[in-house]
Design a protein around this ligand. Structure first.
Ligand SMILES: Nc1ncnc2c1ncn2[C@@H]1O[C@H](COP(=O)(O)OP(=O)(O)O)[C@@H](O)[C@H]1O
Ligand SMILES: [Mg+2]
Length: 546
């Protein structure tokens, strides 16, 4: 290693071009050395640039330039630079008057641009010598960069964005920061890649597997490992993403996994009338494709919570899974997944301004008031289920475009303890949006993971995390709906027995009722839920309520 110290005037403005010039000038004297700038220090009035010999051949090379390029000015220089980049070089000087151009090895040029960038990022742009930048190259990429603040006045915590402008050499940089050593290190690793699609089939057990009831696979990570939701760690799930991002597909994947692991299933999808889930209907213990149906079905599920609580009380147990298998069998207690799609439109009540403006006794007004009551009851019931149902083995999978507590209610939001964020290709959600889905500690990880894994084209990119857990990036498993049914049949997943419903909704004479009604009274005081529960929300019974 041959270090050369060059004092330059204090007016020296550091930058790639200045360095290339410097290297070139020094190189004219030290023709046998391959120089790059390795340090920059303040020494009295002068700035001392330390050049080091890398021993890899000449640093700057004169470039032969076709005659017509000189006349094109900046555009010509750009064309020349593009051409040089393909050779691993970059244009260092371009002088159309003197008709000379020189090139420098691209990586050195990038290194040279790092210190000014670091100084800018650390808010000491005018004094680049307060920052020390060390680099390590391996052929084809910048392998490691260490940025150190030379004095305590420079805050390295601002540095992580530093490499954003550099080409990533088909990789990404892991950033580690030591405030104590005032150092930030960027270490290259290959960019992780997800498969473009993941087949649902690979995520399902080969046959019905009730023992694995609590782990619901969702997709695979860049290592090809299955990633999903563990109901023991996060009993209820919130699935978030814009329209077309794959929320419904994620729900189908989760519930297909649940069915294949012995769950019962209830589908609540009044917004789209259950259309997306039709093929699952034979496996549904209850099915709600209207607002009233959603209300009644959720009442029935809540009654089921009460029934199960009574069984647990009788047996002196706290959790359903602690019940002896014989009791579970006799009382028909197995995990039950409740799928709610498009929850935001289910929860947002009709605008009261509109309702109030309608004439009293008009059918529209009555309808809107009834809708508001149904939605309020649905919201209340989902909230109660999220709070109380986990111990009796009932688990919610709720999808929404809008995850804000304003819409879901703060308590419900906090009880949906597993979160899945889906993204559309090329549209990683903002930090603010991710902040509504993940905890403050998880958000930076979610931003990083989704940014790294987005290939700009493939559907079903998601990040998943349980409360307090790590964020994992994955490609969600997918199968066309008709295939989902075939996969379930092939695994011998039994069709559903309807959920017992303690109170009878009026059966529609034309269509066969989905909810089979048991006439005997179930002794579950907890399950009673009436208009009293809604009084606190200022909602009274519709005129026809008994
Ligand atoms: N994981 C995935 N793998 C492959 N294709 C997907 C995946 N998720 C979604 N898609 C495609 O995107 C379409 C829209 O997904 P969907 O789940 O209906 O979105 P959302 O419910 O968020 O509006 C699907 O019909 C499917 O074609
Ligand atoms: Mg959908």
């Amino acid at each position: 290693m041959t270090a050369i110290r060059v004092a330059v005037p204090a007016s020296y403005v550091d930058g790639p071009d200045a360095r290339a010039q410097l290297v070139w000038q020094v190189g004219r004297v030290h023709k046998d050395l391959d120089l790059q700038v390795v340090d920059l220090v303040r020494d009295g009035d002068a700035v001392v640039v330390v050049l080091d010999d890398e021993g890899q051949g000449p640093v700057t090379v004169p470039v032969p330039v076709a005659d017509d390029v000189w006349g094109q000015g900046a555009a010509g220089a750009r064309r020349l630079d593009e051409h040089l980049q393909r050779l691993g070089l970059t244009l260092a000087t371009f002088d159309p008057v003197g008709r000379t151009a020189t090139a420098v090895r691209a990586e050195l040029y990038e290194v040279a641009s790092l210190r000014p960038a670091a100084a800018r990022a650390l808010s000491c742009a005018g004094e680049p010598w307060r920052v020390d930048v060390r680099t390590r190259f391996v052929p084809g990429r910048l392998d490691q960069v260490t940025v150190t603040a030379r004095d305590a006045g420079v805050d390295v915590s601002r540095a992580p964005g530093l490499l954003a402008d550099l080409p990533a050499y088909r990789g990404v940089y892991d950033v580690t920061e030591s405030r104590f050593a005032r150092t930030v290190t960027f270490a290259w690793r290959p960019r992780p890649e997800l498969p473009e699609t993941v087949a649902l089939e690979g995520l399902l057990p080969e046959r019905l597997a009730p023992d694995g009831w609590h782990s619901l696979p969702l997709g695979v990570d860049p290592d090809g490992e299955t990633v999903g939701i563990d109901l023991l760690g996060g009993p209820h799930t919130l699935v978030v993403g814009p329209t077309g991002s794959g929320k419904t597909v994620a729900l189908v994947t989760l519930v297909a996994g649940a069915l294949a692991r012995g769950h019962e299933l209830v589908v609540v999808d009044p917004t789209k009338g259950g259309l997306d889930f039709l093929a699952l209907r034979p496996w549904c213990s209850a099915w709600a494709d209207t607002l009233e149906g959603a209300r009644d079905t959720l009442k029935a599920v809540y009654a089921e919570v009460g029934r199960r609580k009574a069984v647990l009380q009788q047996a002196g147990e706290v959790k359903w899974s602690d019940l002896p298998p014989s009791v579970r069998e006799a009382e028909r207690i197995r995990p039950l997944t409740v799928l709610v799609d498009e929850a935001s439109s289910l929860f947002i009540a009709p605008d009261t301004k509109v309702t109030n403006a309608l004439p009293k006794d008009s059918p529209e007004k009555e309808e809107l008031v009834e809708q508001a009551a149904a939605k309020a009851l649905i919201k209340l019931l989902v909230g109660k289920l999220a709070r109380e149902a986990r111990f009796v083995g009932i688990h919610l999978q709720v999808a929404t475009q809008r995850p804000d507590a304003d819409i879901l209610g703060g308590e419900l939001r906090s009880n949906l303890t597993s979160a899945v964020q889906l993204t559309k290709p090329g549209a990683v959600p903002s930090t603010a949006a991710l902040g509504m889905v993940f905890s403050a500690e998880q958000v930076p990880e979610a931003v990083r993971v989704l940014g790294e894994l987005d290939d700009g084209a493939s559907r079903g990119l998601a990040a998943v995390a349980a409360e307090g857990g790590t964020v994992q990036g994955l490609r969600v498993g997918y199968a066309p709906m008709r295939e989902v049914a075939e996969l379930l049949e092939a695994r011998g997943v039994p069709h559903a027995v309807p959920l017992p419903v303690p109170t009878a909704p009026e059966p529609e004479p034309a269509a066969p009722p989905v909810l089979v009604v048991h006439t005997e009274e179930v002794q579950t005081p907890d399950a009673e839920l009436g208009w009293d529960d809604l009084a606190e929300l200022g909602i009274g019974p519709p005129p026809d309520a008994a």
